[in-house]
Design a protein around this ligand. Sequence first.
Ligand SMILES: [Zn+2]
Length: 91
Amino acid sequence: MAKKAETAKSTGVMRKVDQLGRVVIPKELRTMLDIEDNKDLLEIYVDGDKIILKKFTTGCSFCGKEGVLSKFKDKFICSECIKEIKDTVMF
Ligand SMILES: [Zn+2]
């Protein structure tokens, strides 16, 4: 995404890491970010001394866009890329 770098906001929430390394993500945050319990995957990133959790979503294989995607031969593709391919491919 070509957006300006977003600055991280503190939620003011602190959680202890348990003996197995688990941290509970507050319910309000899961709701806010549309993270479904027992279903969604979180991708773990490291940025210096920060751990970033991002909801894992499969984007279009060509442009990376998320949203409504079609599946073609194990790849996800958005409608705009389908249209572009149709317009580009010559027979
Ligand atoms: Zn696309």
